[in-house]
Design a protein around this ligand. Structure first.
Ligand SMILES: O=P(O)(O)OC[C@H]1O[C@](O)(COP(=O)(O)O)[C@@H](O)[C@@H]1O
Ligand SMILES: [Mg+2]
Ligand SMILES: [Mg+2]
Length: 340
């Protein structure tokens, strides 16, 4: 590193500075949230390093049952789950953790307990790992309802009660997008500093977009409004240009593009999966929270996504999220069908 040339960079807005600045706006704050977030950020850095090495490990024959040291080589999704569980418990600020990888919620032992509940998908888009396509981690943070012995109900709250949500995308760069309920900000990891730097301040999603993003292979099982909507993206009746289709199959990457470029991401219900595929707590809610904070909308086909009250921790829901006007159109089609 050229230290002289980099001297001017010491005024960069790192995520640590950013969160401390936010904290200073609340004089009564004891910094618990800041500490929790710093543990999540550390987890993301660990997973980013593991993801970057994954291809190499495979090439060198290290990713299998055992590595050269004779240790078990863990699959990335299992490893990522362990990283976040450890990072969150060691923060001393959490009481309940819900991970996609664990059937049951994890209750933190009293000595290490704090007041936050964290829901997360440690590695999203894991089917894309072996071909090096972008994958990510998604998280949402709730406050425990009251001071009592934690119970599962503490995480079965509507998404609008989330205090914060975000994702980290492990792609051509490592990008962390965060909202603490006061807009959306994006940070990019500078590997030379090991710090996330504010690179996308106050992200606002375009009001209308030119891209739709959906697994069209499921089209034969879609319901009327979804089919009509996708048809209108391809053959618009108002004389406008057709939308482009982009679909990666990693929710983090598809939502990130939607957030920056505008448009709509949909994982609708279909005849085979009447509740869709994506999980309410750690996929639908955090992404819907971010979309609304960026000026977009998120809809389930029946209601505002963040109004949904999950009954089970791994519950699924259809989801349509993105630019305000694009989601408005799908809402119109569903309400027209209801009236018929
Ligand atoms: O392959 P499909 O059916 O289009 O599903 C893609 C969706 O499934 C997911 O991969 C599910 O996430 P996981 O990898 O965490 O299970 C989303 O990231 C993505 O939007
Ligand atoms: Mg996922
Ligand atoms: Mg996952």
């Amino acid at each position: 590193m050229d230290h002289a040339a980099d001297a001017h960079r010491t005024d960069l807005m790192t995520i640590t500075r950013f969160v401390l600045n936010e904290q200073s706006k609340y004089p009564e704050s004891r910094g618990d949230f800041t500490i929790l977030l710093s543990h999540i950020v550390l987890g993301c850095k660990f997973v980013c390093t593991a993801v970057n090495k994954a291809g190499l490990a495979k090439l060198l024959g290290l990713a299998g049952e055992t590595n050269v040291q004779g240790e078990d080589q863990k699959k990335l999704d299992v490893l990522s789950n362990e990283v976040f569980i450890k990072a969150l418990i060691s923060s001393g600020r959490t009481c309940i953790l819900v991970s996609e990888e664990d059937e049951e919620a994890t209750f933190v032992e009293p000595a290490k307990r704090g007041k936050y509940c964290v829901v997360f998908d440690p590695l999203d888009g894991s089917s894309n790992i072996d071909c090096g396509v972008s994958i990510g981690t998604i998280f949402g943070i709730y406050m425990m309802k009251d001071a009592h012995e934690p119970i599962v109900d503490d995480v079965l709250q509507p998404g609008k009660n989330m205090l914060a949500a975000g994702y980290c995308m492990y792609g051509s760069s490592c990008t962390l997008v965060l909202s603490t309920g006061n807009g959306v900000n994006g940070f990019t990891l500078d590997p030379s500093l090991g710090e996330f730097i504010l690179t996308h301040p106050d992200i606002k999603i375009p009001k209308k977009g030119k891209i739709y993003s959906v697994n069209e292979g499921n089209a034969k099982n879609w319901d009327g409004p979804t089919s009509k909507y996708v048809e209108s993206c391809k053959f618009p009746k108002d004389g406008s240009s057709p939308k482009s289709l982009r679909y990666i199959g990693s929710m983090v990457a598809d939502v990130h593009r939607t957030l920056l470029y505008g448009g709509i991401f949909l994982y609708p219900a279909d005849k085979k999966s009447p509740n869709g595929k994506l999980r309410v707590l750690y996929e639908v809610f955090p992404m819907s929270f971010l979309m609304e904070q960026a000026g977009g909308q998120a809809f389930t086909g029946k209601e505002r996504a963040l109004d949904l009250v999950p009954k089970k921790i791994h519950e699924r829901s259809p989801i349509f999220l993105g630019s305000y006007d694009d989601v408005e159109e799908i809402k119109r089609l569903y309400s027209a069908e209801e009236k018929n």
